[in-house]
Every structure is written in C-alpha cells, then in structure tokens.
Design a protein around this ligand. Structure first.
Ligand code: ATP
Ligand code: MG
Ligand code: MG
Ligand code: MG
Length: 561
C-alpha cells in the first residue's frame, strides 16, 4: 500500500476532550473519527486493525468448531418482552418505532434472538452440544460514552451462544470458549486476567470476566503476585455477605476520629489539598505496612480501592499517583514516598480512615465483617468473594495488588433462564421435554483494540502486537527525488508485499513528518531507505528500539522473520 494513496489524517495534537492515551493515539493517528458521542468511523488504518482482530477470532472459533453467522441489528420489542428484559434492560437500550408504530430496538446483545432462532429449533438432544457466534455492531445508549472505543454507544462485539442438553455439555462448552478466548487475547497481544464477575442483567450465575490491566480502566481488580488469583472489586457489591452501601451520603460516616468526618478534615489530616482528596486518598491498611491508594469520584462513598503497595514498593510508585496524593511530585519519587510511608504507618488514627471509606462504622450500611483488624484484614476481601462463589478454598493470593483494568470479555453459564421463559424445549434421551441449557460469550472487539494500545504505548506512539498491527512493515523512503532510493524502495515493496502487509511511505514529506507518522502507525518493523541505498544498506527499527540500526538488504529477510 502506497501511503500517498492512503487516507490517514494525522494530527499534531489530540482533541482536548480525549483523556485516554488509546483514544488520543487513535485520533492523532487517523485510525478513527467520532461522528457523534460514542459513535465512530473506522478509517482505513483503524479498520485494518479491526479486521485483523476479527480474523484471529474467526480462526479460533473455527478451531473449536463454532460456526459464524449474523443476526439482525433491528429487533422487535416483542422478542424482549418475551424474556422480560424489555423493561429490565433500562435506559441503555436504543428504542425506536417503525412507521406502523411497532416498538423496536437496536440489539445491545442477542440472547433472545439466539433463543428464538436457534434454541427453539433444537428438538432433540442429538442436535447438541452446539454453539454459534457472530461479530456484529452492538448498540447501547451508554450514560457516559467515553475514552474513544473503550465505551462507545455503537461498538463491535463478538458474541457467541452455546446450547446444551445437559450440565456437563455446558461445562465443556464454557471451558472451550474460555480457552479460545485466552488464545484470542494472547494473539491480539492483550494481557488478561480471568476474574469472577457479576452477571448483570444477563441472568446467569456463573460468569467470568477477562480483565486487561491498564491505566485508564474503569474496573478495579485484585490480583496476587503469582498471577494465580484475580477478582473484580465490583463483586463486593453483589455478594450477599456485603450489605448495601449508602445511596448518596453527603458526608462521610461518623468515625472514632472526629477530626476526619468530612472531606475537608480528611484533607487536612492527610495534609493534601481537598481537591486532591476527591481523587485519591492514602491509607495504611494494617501493620504489615500496606498502603492502599484509593481513588474516587466526587463522593467518598464511590471510592474504589486503587492499588495496594507494600512499603518497599512505594518507593517505586508512579509519580502521578504520588502527586495526586501529596500534591507534589517534586524531588522525585523516592524520598517523598519513603517519608510518606513512615509518616502514615506511624499514625494510629489512619486505621479509622479505612472504616470511613467502607462505611464500616454505620451499622446499616456496613460491609459485613468490615471492621478492620477486629474481623478481617484488607487482604481477606478476596477470600470472602471467592468463598461466596462456591469455589474451593481461597488460593494462595498474598500479597494482593489492586489495579485498574478494562473488561474486554465476559462469558456466562446462562443455564435455562431464556429457554424456560421463552419456551425452547428439546426431548432428552428418555423422550422427556427439557429446556435447552445455554451459555453466552462476548468480547468487545473494538474495546479490545483500545486495550491493546493502552498496554503497548511507546513514548511517541504505539507498538502494535504483530498479529493485529495495521501493517507489518513500514517502508520509509527519505528522499523521493533520489532515483537510487526509489529503485531500492520499489524493489523492497514488491518483494516484501508478497509475504507481509507493507505500507510504503512514498510521500514528498520531510523525514520528521514521516517518522512522526510512523510512530503512530506502530508497525512492528520500520525500514528506512536513505543515503546508504547506493550501498544496499537500509535502517531498521522496531517501535520499542531506541535507535535504528543499519542493515544490509541481504540480511533483511532474516531480520524480519
Ligand atoms: P461494562 O461493564 O464495561 O459496561 P458490560 O458488562 O455491560 O460492560 P457485557 O454485556 O458483558 O458488557 O458485553 C460483553 C463485552 O462487550 C464486554 O465485556 C465489553 O468488552 C464489551 N462492551 C460492553 N459495553 C461496551 C461499550 N459500551 N463499548 C465497547 N465495548 C463494550
Ligand atoms: Mg455495560
Ligand atoms: Mg461489566
Ligand atoms: Mg460484562
């Protein structure tokens, strides 16, 4: 592909409203453009990445013998009335009326449609196990569409549905999907943790989320160092052992430390500006010298646990986080951190702060067992959640770390909720009518691309994972008027294009412009054809390399593969 013919409108600056780095990168690099809130056009560069991700999904679904199909986007309300979700789904549903006044909707997910079109057609146990999937645009009228492709109102989802005649079949299908999902994320270069998750309006009980740790994530997960344990903090809200949090407290709950019952006093106590407090609070969880960095929205009850760091780790903490806590990152991370750790650990009253945050001192709204030190330590948060999911003994998970992360996928054992309510029976081996047992499986494909960028940012752009990179090789010719360079560039373009996706920068632009754009394209291999072309020498560079290296053209093939 010649770059002179490629539509890739790059920008020097990201728009002011772009917060997430992945959003900025995709806008600056000309991958996407917003058409209206949460709705994007995929320009050629973005569309190439999307198609590659879809290609990986297609291959991995083929491998587990799950065929692809496509359902309509436009659905009748009657279908959702049948399942009882027309009302229950809430304001996120895009509803519309046709010319005859019939209520319709744009599909936010497709359990009902698959129950209607597939499950209702399965008459015998012999037709199962069966699973199908689609890669399709979904519509959700999100309250706060934001962060580019991370939370759109129109986005691409892989959604799959399984149909089983018994529980064992469902378990097997679930495991197949789970391992296929791991392969998909791995090939897409996205690091994920499987976590126990809330089932939301989907119905099913057993559900696992795939969480991609990232700086911008809207979720918070707890993981252990060994990587053998992960859970979503969202779960704390949905588990019976935890009572409700207050709806909208205007003040902090009363605590033993009278000095800290308002945000202002808390700010004073922590010696930080009150404006920072709404963003972050520092807290020592127990005598083990654990620091919990708590981030929150405007209200203290919305506080989320951010990170747990032990005292040594604090020295390596992120400067931005520290700035949020201390109001100053001056003087570097080291000394400030150490001082802060010592100061807080020495102060007994800090323990009460934790109670403030979880609302433990107000009995009506207390998380059961939340009285720190008396009933449990902060680490045991995780045990409580695991135990409630009926899992075996809590795994060895200490020390625990909290990380913001992105929900890139979600799989559910739905059971018979939809088939019972919508009437999809089959005849079992004994000729008895039974409801089909379903599972549903989803990956936010476009969201996954943002997650990939978040996890692979470079100083000036992105280093795309090989399998989803828009181009594998970026050929850059320094001087278009130099015939020797042109000859070599065209020769390489021809040879390499036979095997790889090649973008050839044949534009009459200054090298600076070309290199800036190349950082945004983020191809795994950049080949620059410059002055040394006459000696058959080029320069090669990978996005994470600091400097380019000279290489003779004969060595190129070996370098690339
Ligand atoms: P979230 O908690 O982020 O709102 P969800 O739990 O509502 O997501 P699911 O119903 O589980 O989403 O849908 C399956 C997948 O679709 C999610 O795991 C996510 O990757 C993706 N997804 C959901 N909502 C959006 C959105 N608004 N924009 C982009 N991707 C989305
Ligand atoms: Mg949602
Ligand atoms: Mg969710
Ligand atoms: Mg989900």
């Amino acid at each position: 592909m010649r770059q002179s013919k490629f539509f890739m409108p790059t920008l020097k600056e990201a728009p002011a409203d772009a917060v997430a780095e992945s959003h900025k990168l995709m806008i600056r690099g000309g991958y996407i453009r917003q058409v209206t809130a949460g709705v994007y056009a995929y320009l050629p560069l973005g569309y190439r990445v999307l198609r590659k991700a879809e290609g990986i999904i297609e291959q991995e679904m083929d491998r587990i013998n799950v065929p692809e199909m496509i359902m309509p986007h436009l659905l009748p309300a009657t279908l959702w009335q049948e399942s009882g979700r027309y009302k229950k789904y809430g304001a996120e549903m895009f509803k519309l009326n046709d010319r005859h006044g019939r209520e319709s909707l744009l599909g936010p997910t497709h359990e009902e449609t698959f129950t209607e079109i597939v499950a209702k057609n399965l008459k015998s146990y012999k037709q199962m196990p069966l699973a199908l999937y689609q890669i399709q645009t979904k519509f959700r009228d999100e309250n706060r569409p934001r962060f580019g492709l991370l939370r759109g109102r129109e986005f691409v989802m892989l959604d799959g549905y399984s149909f089983a005649a018994n529980r064992e079949q469902l378990d097997e299908q679930f495991d197949d999907q789970k391992s296929a999902y791991f392969k998909i994320f791995k090939r897409a270069g996205v690091t994920v943790h499987p976590v126990i998750a809330d089932s939301g309006t989907m119905g099913g009980k057993n559900s696992t989320e795939f969480q991609a740790p990232a700086a911008i994530g809207e979720d918070t997960i707890a993981t252990n160092e060994k990587g053998t344990y992960a859970a979503n903090l969202e779960m704390a809200k949905s588990i019976d052992n935890f009572k409700q949090e207050p709806e909208e407290p205007k003040e902090l709950n009363k605590v033993a430390t009278p000095d800290c019952d308002t945000i202002e006093k808390l700010a004073k106590f922590l010696d930080v500006p009150a404006t920072r407090i709404v963003k972050s609070i520092l807290y020592i969880a127990d005598d083990q010298k654990v620091l919990v960095l708590i981030r929150g929205d405007k209200q203290i009850n919305e506080v989320k646990l951010g990170h747990i760091l032990d005292a040594d780790e604090v020295r390596e903490a992120d400067a931005e986080d520290l700035e949020a806590i201390t109001g100053s990152a001056k003087g570097g991370v080291g000394p400030i951190n150490a001082n802060w750790a010592d100061k807080i650990i020495a102060d007994e009253t800090v323990k009460n702060l934790y109670n403030v945050v979880v609302g433990a001192n107000k009995t009506d709204y207390q998380y059961k067992n939340a009285n720190l030190d008396r009933d449990f330590k902060v680490d045991e948060f995780a045990d409580i959640r695991v135990a409630n999911e009926g899992e075996p003994d809590p795994v060895d998970h200490l020390p625990l770390k909290f990380t913001t992360s992105i929900e890139v996928g979600h799989i559910f054992k739905l059971g018979t909720y939809y088939t019972k309510t919508m009437g999809a029976d089959f005849l079992d081996q004994n000729g008895k009518a039974q409801p089909v047992i379903m599972g549903s499986y989803g990956i936010g494909v476009t969201r996954m691309l943002s997650a990939a960028v978040e996890q692979h940012l470079t100083e000036r752009g992105v280093a795309w994972p090989k399998e989803i990179a828009p181009f594998t090789i970026h050929l850059i010719q320094m001087k278009m008027k130099d015939d020797v360079q042109t000859e070599l560039a065209e020769k390489l373009e021809k040879e390499l294009s036979a095997k790889y996706d090649v973008l050839y920068d044949d534009r009459n632009e200054r090298p600076g412009v070309k290199f800036n754009d190349a950082d945004l394209v983020g191809a795994p291999i950049r080949i620059t054809i410059g002055r040394d072309a006459k000696d058959n020498i080029v320069e090669v560079k990978q996005p994470t390399d600091e400097k380019a290296a000279k290489l003779s053209v004969d060595e190129l093939e070996a370098y690339i593969s």
